[in-house]
Design a protein around this ligand. Structure first.
Ligand SMILES: *Cc1c(COP(=O)(O)O)cnc(C)c1O
Length: 382
């Protein structure tokens, strides 16, 4: 058997008794039905209800953040996060090119421009050394505010992302940003249950955002969350997500343009049941990673991406890397034709039509990863 056949056989052995093997499917093994029926019986299925409040408490417990605010999806959480950082039209926001499109879209919703900086090869997340080099080249503090001296635009924020659940070098990223007074918003959509030096991802910057989409480690159908230690930001996040309505016994008064971004109670009911299983899910997902890792140990042409020693990954989507693009494409072809779903990493953001004009540093690491990485099935297999 050639390597592609062997790896596909290995994947099938991890997910026996299934026809087609998807990349990531949800598992409902806990109190999902109980909570959903209870939620329906309560009639509180929409944006007010006990499950939404409980979801926020559980998220505070899991992440260790002082505040958590439930949103209808991860993109809405990101958008609110950008709003909370007071980004103005034309500002630049540093992020990585290797990410899901929502990261860059949320920046564009506020008419800011993503400014792409390279990732590290091991974490696939924003590289603190590339960030430092780029800022040394283009950044300048004017009265304590960071500007890109080439474009004269303010650099208003930095949005690193913990790719596929591998924690990025977030402490160093935050350190570099602090030198330039750039606030950090962590896109932790993929990194629920991940830790860097025993601190949960999403709690290093000013704000962190999460996603509970159907393909994530745990799901609420659709859902998201913002976490922060800043009380003012937390209050404002909740206010903006609930149409900026001023509390009043009967009158409808809204004091700014808000959004209908709150997570519905029915989704929160599902999320609460799912979050109760997070530890178990991650245990299983880490054992799947170990299976892949052991299998690939003596295979020279394929490497598996793994967590840094001081971090804990949820191994949301396992990522393997081929020697070259030809071999990568041959594996994509063979696996997808033989009942196993595999996917290349995203097309880089700077290559998409809408972000082609965005400023970029050198991006050779991201380019190489985009040409050689494949995600392989990583669902909880029980
Ligand atoms: C899933 C994801 C999002 C968006 O979350 P949704 O809940 O689907 O809106 C944002 N960023 C990254 C990196 C993601 O993987």
């Amino acid at each position: 058997m050639d390597i592609n056949e062997q790896l596909v056989a290995k994947i099938k052995s991890l997910y026996p008794g299934q026809g087609f093997i998807p990349l990531h499917i949800p598992r409902f093994l806990g109190k999902e039905k109980e909570y959903l029926i209870d939620c329906i019986d309560s009639t509180f299925v929409s944006s007010v209800g006990q499950y939404v409040n409980r979801f926020e408490e559980i998220m505070q417990e899991i992440t260790g953040a002082k505040y958590a605010i439930a949103t209808m999806n991860g993109t809405a959480a990101l958008h609110l996060g950008i709003r909370l950082l007071n980004v103005k039209p034309g500002d630049e926001i540093i992020t990585q090119p290797l990410t899901f499109v929502a990261t860059a879209n949320a920046i564009a919703y506020e008419h800011a421009t993503p400014h792409f900086v390279d990732v590290d090869e091991d974490t696939m997340g924003l590289s603190p050394s590339a960030l430092r080099l780029r800022l040394e080249e283009i950044a300048e503090l004017r009265n304590g505010v960071c500007y890109n001296k080439q474009t004269n635009n303010k650099i208003a924020a930095c949005v690193p992302m913990h790719t596929f659940g591998l924690p990025a070098r977030i402490d160093e990223i935050v350190e570099v940003c602090e030198e330039y007074n750039i606030p950090v918003l962590e896109d932790s959509a993929e990194s629920l249950g991940c830790y860097y030096n025993n601190k949960h991802t999403g709690t290093f910057g000013k704000l962190g955002t999460f996603s509970f989409n159907g393909n994530k480690t745990v799901t609420s159908g659709g859902g998201g969350a913002i976490v922060t230690d800043d009380e003012q930001m937390a209050k404002r996040a909740k206010h903006l997500s609930t149409t900026a309505k001023v509390p009043h016994k009967w009158e409808y008064v809204h004091d700014e343009i808000g959004y209908n971004y709150r997570m519905p109670n029915v989704n929160a009911a599902l999320a609460c049941a799912q979050l109760e299983q997070l530890d178990r899910f991650i245990e299983v997902k880490r054992s799947i990673f170990s299976e892949y890792q052991a299998f690939l140990l003596d295979k020279d042409e394929i490497q598996i991406q793994q967590e840094l020693p001081n971090t804990i990954s949820n191994y949301w989507l396992n990522a393997i890397r081929f020697d070259n693009t030809q071999k990568r494409d041959a594996f994509l072809e063979y696996s997808n034709n033989n009942g196993v779903m595999t996917r290349p990493a995203w097309r880089l953001m700077n290559e998409l039509d809408m972000f082609q004009e965005s400023p970029c540093g050198p991006l050779s690491v991201a380019e190489n990863l985009a040409n050689t990485v494949v995600n392989i099935p990583s669902s909880v297999n029980i």
